[in-house]
Design a protein around this ligand. Structure first.
Ligand code: GDP
Ligand code: MN
Length: 389
């Protein structure tokens, strides 16, 4: 789960990491009152969306007058922002963060993330923070210091010192930076994060260290332990079909191609994706109805697949175990009638009650493309898309 920058900063503050003075603004009136509260000092206005890269996309701006502030707040709120990370649909800006604009001498990067290959949390530090960090990390990786954290030992002081000394940061900031690193690591552990990143972490003109931006993601599987985090969830920033699927306990993942997939089980989902790619097509999504789906769940799932406008062909690949093929067939037939599906549907069914399932499908009068195995089904999907392979 992701949260907004202002929510992440509130968390940093509760771990004694300094953040700029500011507030969340939802309309013109809020903007005017913060201008008066801050006594006319230059302010920075920041679009709140669940994505980075806002600076480069025009979502962050320093304003020097009340008119400029009100103007910019009004243009941002209610628009959709497209950054390098949002994808083609962009993300809606429903509120902005207005803060005192800091003057700083240096932008640093500090982050904790999970290194999946090494199966450990990793600390990353760089003296070259700011909007170009991704470019720096890929073109000059030696500028980013990396410390792998031994799970049973946790982050050790010598690791923090080593990482900080290897950057070109003046050692007079060592004590403050070390304390911020420890706090951020503690937050990461205590809140079950998958990412906790401060970029930039700035050194101000008065030698203070302040978190100017923050990005914190959480491990969904641990959210049940953190109701205070779950309450920060903002559904406007999530894919609406993924949200809809979650309501019915279905796993739906949006992808970039045009084959809509209904499967049961993560392993079968992966195999289905592989087959689709093998025949030269691309999945638009996958919907995993899981083991214990009812025909109602299948029906809702099928509707979700159809609501995805990128889908040109539907591929149903089910191995009936606990989910019986007849249950699945009933769900599909009901949904197809209710929604008057016109897209080609390729089906491969196997397992419990397969004969009954096939009978329901045949007698439904729907025009379905059936296949006896997965390979044949994938070829028929390619055929329906007009791909020759
Ligand atoms: P991101 O592009 O989504 O990562 O948004 P950031 O919050 O990191 O802002 C982008 C850039 O705007 C930062 O790297 C800073 O260079 C600049 N910026 C943000 N806040 C301030 C501020 O208070 N003062 C100044 N001078 N620059 C700022
Ligand atoms: Mn940033």
């Amino acid at each position: 789960m992701k949260i907004h920058e202002y929510q992440a900063k509130n968390l940093l503050k509760s771990y004694s990491i300094p953040i700029p003075k500011g507030t969340i603004v939802k309309n013109k009136k809020d903007a005017i009152s913060i201008w008066e509260d801050m006594k006319g000092i230059p302010l920075v206005v920041k679009a709140q969306i669940h994505s980075g890269g806002r600076g480069k996309a025009g979502g962050v701006k320093i304003v020097n007058t009340k008119e400029e502030l009100v103007d910019y707040v009004s243009t941002l709120i209610g628009t959709v922002l497209y950054t390098e990370q949002t994808g083609k649909d962009g993300m809606p800006v429903e509120c902005v963060l207005v803060e005192e604009a800091l003057k700083f001498k240096k932008e640093l990067y500090l982050g904790f993330t999970i290194d999946r290959a090494r199966a450990c949390i990793t600390m990353l530090v760089s003296s070259e923070g700011g909007v170009e960090i991704e470019k720096i990390a890929s073109q000059s990786p030696e500028k980013v210091m990396v410390e792998h954290i031994e799970p049973l030992l946790g982050l050790r002081d010598f690791q923090i010192t080593r990482a900080l000394l290897l950057t070109n940061i003046d050692s007079k900031y060592l004590r403050k930076l070390s304390s911020i690193s420890k706090s951020l690591y503690r937050l990461f552990i205590e809140k079950d994060c998958s990412l906790a990143e401060i970029n930039p972490l700035v050194i101000t003109e008065d030698d203070e260290i302040v978190a100017v931006d923050a990005k914190i993601n959480f491990d969904d599987n641990a959210l049940f332990r953190h109701p205070e985090i779950l309450s920060l969830r903002d559904y406007t920033q999530e894919n609406h079909l993924e949200v809809e699927a979650a309501k019915y306990n279905l796993n739906y993942i949006k992808l970039k191609g045009n084959v809509g997939c209904m499967v049961n089980g993560a392993g079968l989902a992966m195999a289905t994706m592989d087959l689709i790619k093998l025949v030269g097509a691309e999945p638009a999504n996958f919907l995993d109805v899981g083991g214990g789906a009812t025909s109602q769940m299948v029906k809702e799932g099928f509707k979700i697949l159809l609501l995805d406008k990128d889908v040109k062909v539907i591929f149903i690949n089910i191995f009936g175990g606990i989910l019986r093929c007849d249950t699945l067939a009933r769900g599909i037939v009901e949904a197809a009638y209710e929604l008057q599906v016109e897209l080609p549907i390729v089906i491969r069914l196997e397992g419990t009650n397969v004969e009954e399932g096939k009978r329901i499908l045949t007698e439904s009068g729907l025009s379905l493309i059936t296949a006896k195995d997965m390979g044949e089904a994938a070829l028929k999907v390619a055929g329906a898309l007009g791909l020759t392979s």
